[in-house]
Design a protein around this ligand. Sequence first.
Ligand code: GAL
Length: 797
Amino acid sequence: MKSYSLNRGWRFAPSFDNNFIKGEFGDTRFIDVEIPHNVKDVPYNYFDEESYQFVSCYYKSIEADKTWQGKACLLCFEAVGHYAEVYINGKLAIAHSGGYTSFEVDIEPYLDWDSANLIVVKVDSTERPDIPPFGNVIDYLCYGGIYREVTMRILQKSYLKAARIASYDALKAPKIGIKLDFSSPAVKDVDCTVKDAVGNIVKSFTIQVNGASYADVKESIENPVLWSTNNPYLYTVELNYNGDTYSYRTGFREARFTKKAFYLNGVKTKIIGLNRHQSYPYVGYAMPQSAQFADAEYLKSLGVNLVRTSHYPDSRHFLDRCDELGLMVFTEIPGWQHISKREDWRDNCVKNVSEMIFDDYNHPSIILWGVRINESGDDNELYAKTNAVAHELDDTRQTGGVRCIPQSKLLEDVYTFNDFIHSGGKRAITPKFIVCGNKPLLITEHNGHMYPTKRFDHEKKRQEHMLRHARVINATFKSKKTAGCIGWCMSDYNTHKDFGSGDKICYHGVSDMFRIDKLAGVLYKSQQDDYPVLEVSSNMEIGDVAGGQVGTVYMVTNCDTVKLYKNGDLINTFNIANMAKKSDLRYMPHPPIILDDIIGTQIEKDNSFKLSKHACKKLKKFLLAIKKYGTIPAVLRMPLTVLGLIIRYRIGIEDFTNLFGKYATGWGDKSAGYTFVGIKNGESITCEKSAAQYAVLHAHADKTALTEAETYDVTRVVVTALSNCGAPLPYCNEFFNIETDGNIAVIGDNCCALLGGARAFWLKTTGKSGKASVKISSAIGTQTIEFDVKANKIIEL
Ligand code: GAL
């Protein structure tokens, strides 16, 4: 088999004329573009969402090698948003509806062996009423273009169209199951080799096909290493058919939802996940492999064990990385609430199920197929079909179908339910018996529109946002029969005018559009045990809160202990594990902990009133009560304590006021600097909350070695304003300029402003090897980052 990359050298125009099919481009202005490509980039916010909805043209010419004659020349498009017609030398080779699944065609019959061959692709990125998810409003943007890779494979004329590989009975009698679809009745048998992660052959066998067009075999494998979230062990399967070698990855695992719980390899596993949209600022869906990898890595760092690819199938790169990282996936067909009555729409909906399954079957990370339009009502006719297709193509995985109504008709195996009951009170999730009786239940969305929160909102809002996610996660851990919950959502996203904050952004993420954590994101991170996490929910600035009272503040942490320093002096040590046990949210692995004592040992140390040890404690308790309840309620709660302090130690009203100011709020005193140091398994982490003297600009690239291969490469650069002592500065909105030198370019604006003290941008490679750099300059500092760009040799057409 020969494989070619066709991602470079395309010409693009944002219009289409039938003459283009014949190669007559007239005076239409075409520009050079590379795949992944977005038909029209959009501003960060406040833009016209129809600006990218039009019919456009891509063309490219290729030389056909004479050795391809008589072979299958499979031209494959991994995703084109949302309708495509592919013309080769003026003839229609294939048309495809649907923007999230791949399609391929054998173009050998259309090729000219003596002159250049013209590939013209007509791309319709309008919201066509015959294609899901379109037909009504949608809470996300569906960008257009050839936004995933284009490849060509040269195979023998009788070739393997698809191989669906999965494990069976992984726990008791492990087998590998292989389903093969041939392009025509098979002309030979298929040799199969299974290799472990280091390339050792664990099994070789021949699949007897006997001239059929389809084969389905199972072979036992002895003691395979199981794929799990902690040990995502992968095998490779090599198939040799008719002179061509095909290679696939697979894993052995058993994933099962029962009416009680979810079990991975027989181990009861609570699913804690997040929904992900595949969009990015400016370029929408058009981001290459490395950005897809980075999103999977970001989710893993957030400590979740599952991602839902809301509301469509994601890039194979994203899924590959989920396989490698041990991140489970619930993927689903494209759709959002609306079911059309149109035949063509409904046919496309059913077709999306089979295309999704053929595209993504071999990913062990996928544990559930979503075969219902997200949040649609019942439609037994349609969903009987989608379920039947899924079960026929895949007898290893269960189906789900996301709905937001309890007790709807369940044609799937798992009741996947968006539970938005939590609106800040005590009720965090709907009792299971109300939702679906005793069927298997997975909560597939919570929070989101119930509490939109910007990364630059006031700290009290961000704290409540974090607590709302915590309450639902906690209730899910407490509920014995709920398989898990998936929060809405990983990152903010651009959306249609009918949703969001009026600026075309939906601020529902636990991170912003640049994948920078909000406090709720830190909460997710703090649920894992691989590395220490510590964030404090307040800036501890008295002028930023009502009445100078910072109120209830939380430590979002997975640390064993946290030490609190005030102006460099250790004033308190918190035993987090003990405090967690007493928390209302104690069912989750690491509940956020109330910072209940910022006075610590200060009173005893200063002790200007010569109080006894006991009296020091009482005074502290009283001052903390004022902080919590206000002065009069605190006095009414502790009248004897107050009287005792007045009579025995002669503490007057003014003294109380001064003591309160000094120890509990800082009002009327010099500003205090608080430093929190968390320790987990001997590793420490510091969180600074000191008043800033000045701001300093920091810039950090996710990686500095970039590689051009099948496509251009990208990296994110995060720009942050930090105080002179390292504290984040949430109100710093300085602008900065971005200048590049060498073979990289900025995606998006070259001049932008920080948003609440931070922002990021992406850089992309421009095709050549060498050194490159980016300079970020602003009034609060300038920073330069150097990069090494390596352009790998690949076979291109
Ligand atoms: C759900 C929907 C999601 C998103 C979310 C916001 O109803 O499924 O796509 O719109 O609401 O909370």
